[in-house]
Write a protein that binds this ligand. Structure first.
Ligand SMILES: Nc1nc2c(ncn2[C@@H]2O[C@H](COP(=O)(O)OP(=O)(O)OP(=O)(O)O)[C@@H](O)[C@H]2O)c(=O)[nH]1
Ligand SMILES: [Mg+2]
Length: 194
């Protein structure tokens, strides 16, 4: 049977470097988070935004997509907390994760990455110049207990998860000829240079 996929937009960070909630910053006339949604929507069976209490009302004003809070136990513990929350909520086999701050990401890249889904791997992750892009990636729901173990041990790094599981790596050149799709906005300076 075809595996099911949930699209998961991570938006539970504090935007400390950006100085205001970057999910709502605009790119080409639309909020950042909507570009992640648009890239995922054609592929996935379900969609979720995983955020934190201070942003929920604004998200609900701006979209009908379900907004979930990180499970209380791990709230604010970083992207792993968001991925774990999605796995708790969704029954889908795979979580296709995107951050809320990569407004150049495209549907074609998402579809290409998903075409490498393989049940003998736990995660499908692009390598950009040799470095993983763990927030543009697919995670199998079987990783949920390992993520909980890591977070319980105080380990919040995505790299700690990738070190422990079977990762299928794809060079970003196999996914897109366009470098721009990997641009990520963390600061006002990067925003200004878009
Ligand atoms: N659900 C959830 N998402 C998170 C959490 N921490 C970060 N994220 C998201 O993960 C992605 C990458 O995080 P960062 O680029 O560091 O964003 P940030 O944490 O808001 O920004 P800084 O405060 O400047 O580090 C963004 O889409 C964040 O919203 C968290 O604790 N829970
Ligand atoms: Mg951060």
């Amino acid at each position: 049977m075809k595996p099911t996929i949930a699209g998961v937009v991570l938006a539970g960070g504090q935007s400390r470097r950006f100085g205001r909630p970057k999910a709502f910053a605009e790119h080409r006339g639309a909020p950042f988070f909507t570009w992640s949604i648009a890239a995922l929507r054609p592929l996935v069976d379900e969609l979720y935004i995983i955020s934190h209490p201070a942003l929920v009302d604004e998200f609900r004003r701006q979209t009908d997509i379900p907004v979930l809070l990180d499970v209380e136990r791990y709230r604010g513990c970083g992207p792993l907390a968001g991925i774990y929350t999605a796995m708790e909520h969704s029954r889908a086999d795979w979580m296709f994760v995107l951050p809320c701050d990569m407004p150049y990401m495209r549907q074609e890249v998402v579809e290409r990455l998903a075409s490498y889904i393989d049940p003998t791997f736990d995660a499908i992750v692009p390598l950009h110049g040799g470095r993983p892009e763990p927030l543009v990636a697919l995670y199998h729901r079987r990783l949920s207990s390992m993520i909980a173990e890591l977070l319980d041990a105080g380990e919040r790094r995505m790299a700690a998860l990738l070190d422990r599981v079977r990762v299928r790596c794809l060079d970003t050149k196999q996914l897109s000829a366009d470098e721009e799709v990997w641009r990520n906005v963390n600061t006002q300076d990067e925003y200004g240079k878009r």
